[in-house]
Design a protein around this ligand. Structure first.
Ligand SMILES: *Cc1c(COP(=O)(O)O)cnc(C)c1O
Length: 355
């Protein structure tokens, strides 16, 4: 029995793996694999349509939203977004609260001016900057809802007067949120919604209309909208895995039910870590992430033996990101509470042996 705490690609529900495997051999009783059917067939069109309508339903989106499934990871959105909306004589505002956000900033600078409204880089991104103002004349404000590497999460939606853009790669559909407040949301699928190779984009129709022209077709959101995510061959299998994961999420009660389970998992883990003095939590308590819990050990010499103990229990993905060190436990939607219970039991045993 494995306990999969990987940060991404990461655990998906067991039923998703089972159904995806069946569809590789025989998709819906057609005698054909999902991997060998044309994307412009009614068979695949039904997959895409159901995935889009489940996104609209689960996120409770209003009529003015477009849902797209696009190629590439979230990193493609780092440059595709400014390529569509920024130019040499305009400015986009960014919050710098983590490694992923700083990469988005770097890419945006290739297309126009960037105003970084605040940064927590000097304290190794151990918190979300809490006082900043966003200029009203910027073309959009971009932030990362959950900083996957550093283990911080923005618990409130910032109030701004300009189009609001968010990278939600590592916490999309994990908690209730007014998704309609955003003009543009993107998320690489491989953390909470499916398999690597596809991006979910949810955006206001009116905002997309304002995009730049004269950029490559595959980069222009308007063209993807006009062609219903089928400007070229979409990542068929990755989208199918998203559909299966979205169906599973709906079956367990949707985002509200998911949030309750995620809160249970995170509070069990954080409470255990706080109760055991051998562990250290570097992140400001008010900004702790419900998706990625980062911690170190006060005695660094114990880290190797803790890692070994985790390994013996079948735990994978507990090592921290190479840029941060220590440990990171990812608690994405599909991770069962029982895996966190096994981990916290191990932590208590380990602490009583070494504390
Ligand atoms: C994982 C991650 C990315 C990068 O995703 P890729 O699909 O590998 O490009 C970007 N932003 C956040 C918040 C992430 O968690």
């Amino acid at each position: 029995m494995k306990h999969n705490f990987n940060a991404g690609p990461s655990i998906l529900p067991r039923v998703v793996f089972e159904e995806a495997s069946r569809a590789i051999l025989d998709f819906n009783g057609t005698g054909l694999s999902i991997l060998e059917i044309g994307h412009r067939t009614p068979l695949f069109e039904a997959v895409l349509q159901e995935a889009v309508s489940l996104v609209k339903e689960l996120m409770q989106l209003k009529e003015d939203k477009e849902v797209l499934f696009l190629h590439g990871g979230a990193s493609t959105q780092f440059f595709q977004l400014p390529m569509n909306f920024l130019s040499k004589d305009t400015t986009a505002a960014y919050l710098d609260a983590g490694v992923w956000g700083s990469k988005a900033i770097k890419e945006a600078k290739l297309f126009g001016n960037v105003k970084v409204v605040a940064s927590s880089k000097e304290t190794q991104y151990d918190r979300i900057p809490d006082s900043y103002s966003v200029p009203d004349d910027a073309v959009y404000f971009h932030y990362t809802t959950n900083n996957t590497i550093e283990g911080t999460q923005m618990h409130a939606i910032p109030a701004v007067n300009i189009p609001l853009v968010a990278d939600m790669s590592s916490d999309i559909l994990s908690r209730e949120m007014d998704f309609n407040r955003f003009d543009f949301i993107y998320a690489g699928a491989q953390k909470n919604i499916g398999a690597a190779g596809v991006n979910l984009v949810v955006a206001n129709k009116g905002f997309l209309e304002k995009g730049n022209t004269g950029i490559p077709s595959m980069m222009e959101y308007r063209q993807h909208v006009a062609n219903g995510s089928m400007l070229n061959t979409p990542p068929v299998f990755a989208i199918y895995v998203c559909l299966l994961t979205l169906r599973w999420l709906k079956s367990i009660g949707g985002v509200a039910a998911m949030e309750k389970i995620n809160e249970q998992k995170a509070s069990l883990l954080y409470n255990t870590l706080e109760s055991l003095p051998i562990f250290h939590l570097p992140v400001a308590p008010q900004d702790r992430s419900l998706m990625n819990a980062v911690f170190t050990m006060k005695d660094p010499d114990l880290e190797a033996s803790f890692l070994q103990a985790c390994k013996e229990e079948g735990m994978v993905g507990v090592k921290g990101h190479r840029s941060v060190g220590g440990f990171r436990i990812s608690l994405y939607n599909a991770l069962p509470l029982s895996s966190v219970e096994t981990l916290t039991t191990l932590m208590k045993h380990f602490a009583s042996k070494h504390g």
